[in-house]
Design a protein around this ligand. Structure first.
Ligand SMILES: *Cc1c(COP(=O)(O)O)cnc(C)c1O
Length: 431
């Protein structure tokens, strides 16, 4: 397998782009080597500029849930393009996508579209503050909520991959209202409430996806929500990653909780820049023009992006791939566990439906601290051997892998062969 053109582009890219990338996880910092440059993708496959084809388990970090370039999405977007790209005024497509989203989230009466997950969350947090009149926010260590100042503490994959504790350039004042708790540890939340009486909300990924996949244990979310109700604080579900991933709607519903405010992104744009935040009427009426919380966007509700979202969600609903995701996900999990056993490599696989990843560790992984016991060197060896065997993975131990409904039986067989070889390589490396 040759990476010659990727290497050339990487060198060229370094001149006018920062690290030749526009998002740091793409930089391969923790796995070594140069990032791949992609030429195109179709269905379950992605092709780099050297013509190497891979089964894509990155899927743009989640959005491409029905695979790349689905013909219905292409048709919907092409149709929208014929009418113009942006108007600075409302279009019917915004109403259509809003109805699809609100119908899928029972507690969501209204939604506001923005352009990214980061924007969705920063607006959702502002809304919680506007509604409660309180300032403090609790977040969980290892959860990532986009790159807004206030939540860029203990923020998971992107930062750990680069071995950064937080970000430079975030003033102390910006994080002074941010409290950090431990995932799956209700006591760590209660402690904050004992010492602060101005907590507006707790924000959480209902399934942790940005420290690798971490699953809430023993009714953690339900107990958290019940507790917050006694304290008059809101629950913000950051479902940017989990929304429409494991059911048509939210992971919170699967887990038996309903958040007060839900933030979305990724899948709802199907690869186009769409984020959203939504809640019941009483809360959403705080947002301008109905209320006093200001939030705006020149390109928000962009007609092309809305068309991409509508086509993707409509097709996703029609396909209803969730049962199949569960069985394909289980197969890949079994392949990983089986290969690890065969070559005596310590791994733990965490999986929730169609998102999963192996941690190269012995310990169970239920929070950020446990995730960090993983051997990232082993992951790097595993990663490159998977690449050489035609499987594209996120270049970090702490990122989730995703499935699309375009994955085939043949793809799974190919993944099995790749995993076997990669695990063997990891096993040999420790001697
Ligand atoms: C990806 C992600 C974000 C940020 O979304 P962007 O579109 O990258 O700004 C926020 N929260 C979670 C849970 C995410 O996975």
């Amino acid at each position: 397998m040759m990476f010659k053109k990727s290497e050339e582009l990487y060198k060229k890219g370094l001149v006018h782009l920062v690290g030749a990338v526009n998002s740091p996880v793409r930089a391969f910092s923790s796995v070594g080597g140069n990032p791949l440059f992609i030429k195109k993708a179709k269905g379950s496959k992605i092709t780099d500029v050297d013509g190497n084809e891979y089964i894509d388990l990155v899927l743009s970090y989640g959005p491409m849930i029905i695979g790349h370039r689905h013909r219905k999405v292409q048709r919907g977007v092409a149709k929208a393009l014929r009418n113009g790209y942006s108007f600075g005024a409302s279009t019917e497509n915004e109403i259509i996508l809003a109805k699809i989203v609100c119908d899928a989230f029972p507690e969501m009466d209204k939604v506001r579209f923005v352009n990214s997950g980061t924007e969705a969350v920063l607006s959702g947090v502002r809304l919680a503050r506007a509604f409660t009149g309180k300032d403090k926010i609790i977040k969980f260590s290892g959860c990532y909520h986009g790159h807004q100042d206030a939540l860029l503490v203990a923020a998971g994959s992107g930062l750990v991959t680069l071995s950064m504790p937080g970000s430079k350039g975030v003033p102390e004042g910006a994080v002074k209202n941010t409290l950090v708790a431990e995932y799956n540890n209700l006591e760590s939340v209660k402690k904050h409430f004992e010492t602060h009486d101005d907590i507006a909300a707790v924000i959480i990924e209902p399934i942790g996806g940005n420290m690798g996949v971490v699953i809430p244990q023993n009714n953690f979310l339900k107990e958290l929500k019940d507790y917050l109700e006694t304290k008059g604080a809101l629950l913000i579900a950051d479902e940017v990653m989990t929304g429409f991933r494991s059911k048509f709607g939210g992971a919170q519903e699967l887990l038996g909780v309903t958040a007060d405010i839900t933030c979305l992104g990724k899948v709802i744009g199907g690869g186009f820049p769409v984020g959203a935040y939504g809640a019941r009427n009483e809360i959403m009426e705080q947002v301008a023009p109905l209320g006093g919380m200001y939030q705006a966007g020149t390109l928000s509700g962009n007609p092309i992006a809305m068309a991409g979202g509508i086509a993707t969600l409509t097709e996703l609903k029609r396909q209803n791939p969730y049962q199949n995701f569960e069985s394909v996900g289980k197969k890949i999990e079994d392949i990983l566990v089986g290969a690890a056993k065969k070559y005596q490599v310590d791994i733990v696989v965490n999986r929730f439906g169609s998102m999963m990843n192996p941690f190269f560790t012995k310990s169970k992984v239920t929070n950020f601290e446990e995730a960090q016991t993983s051997d990232t060197k082993k992951f790097a060896i595993f990663f490159w051997e998977m690449i050489r065997n035609g499987v594209f993975l996120p270049p970090s131990q702490f990122e989730a892998w995703f499935l699309s409904s375009a994955i085939t039986k043949k793809d799974i067989q190919k993944i099995a062969i790749a995993v076997d070889r990669a695990m063997q390589k990891v096993a040999v490396s420790k001697k």
